[in-house]
Design a protein around this ligand. Sequence first.
Ligand SMILES: [Zn+2]
Length: 343
Amino acid sequence: MPANERAGWARAGRVILTGAARRYLRRCALAIPALVVLLAAPLVGQAGERLSIVATTGMIADAAREIGGDSVEVEGLMGPGIDPHSYRQTRSDIVAMTRADLVLWHGLYLEAQMEEFLQRLAKRQTVVAVAEQLPRERLLGHEDYDDKRDPHVWMDPSLWAKVVVAIRDAMIEARPDREAMFRERADAYLERIERLGDWAAEVTSSVPDEARVLLTAHDAFAYFGRAYGFEVIGIQGISTESEAGLRRIRDLVDLLVERRIGAVFVESSVSDRNIRALVEGAESRGHAVRIAGTLYSDAMGPAGTYEGTYIGMIDHNITTIVRALGGEAPADGMQGRLAEASR
Ligand SMILES: [Zn+2]
């Protein structure tokens, strides 16, 4: 190639390269804002990002999972057998709550040992006490404190349904773009809770009048009693923080003997020591009392099982109570799903 021709190609090449470089730079300039949006999205929880929720009790965590499906990541702090009245946040709980998009707790003084921390956290983060939103007139009193209410509202499915609505609304507020989906899933879940309540009303009505007394380790069943017409007696009060004295045990032994109560229940989240003392006390006076099963009072059953869901927990309780007190309910519960071990 002659020298002048080579120089011509080189010039042309330079022009071509410069043009491509210019176009490349222009594309980059357009791409940079798009890249910024993509990088920033996870930080501000935009579309596609899962809503991270930390819930104190298993029942609240279960509802959040039902409502959110795959679009949420839910961590429940209190597992099976954990007593919420005495639970105190661990260091890893604090980390989880600080990082979460939304923290859901029960309120009504259930998480007595965490309340101060949660109220402090609420000053800088979205923290919602879901049971505090219930209408005051639907709440029962607290025998230990005039100004407090009985927190065990999950024992009445019709009341718990209102808490589920509060959980749904808190989730919608955190992710308004998911509103339609949260509403649709919540409606389906609320329908299942309504069926549970109807079924509970039906089977509890088969318990004979004289047997409608529920004696448990602590006063967690007052809403159950109100909903289905049972007298409920807890050895310890609404909270588990005060120990039952010998006098209380003696009085309850008298009551068991006088009223010929033949069945009492232990609870998965409270020691069975007091219940055993009652049974022994009644026996020493010639009245046989049997421990008729373990109820899930303040915590659900093992994770990954039917009893480890709110519906399974209540199904287990209702089935156990009805069958122990002489009523009629299938041994495997409302929908044939109760495990052999839980019967
Ligand atoms: Zn309790």
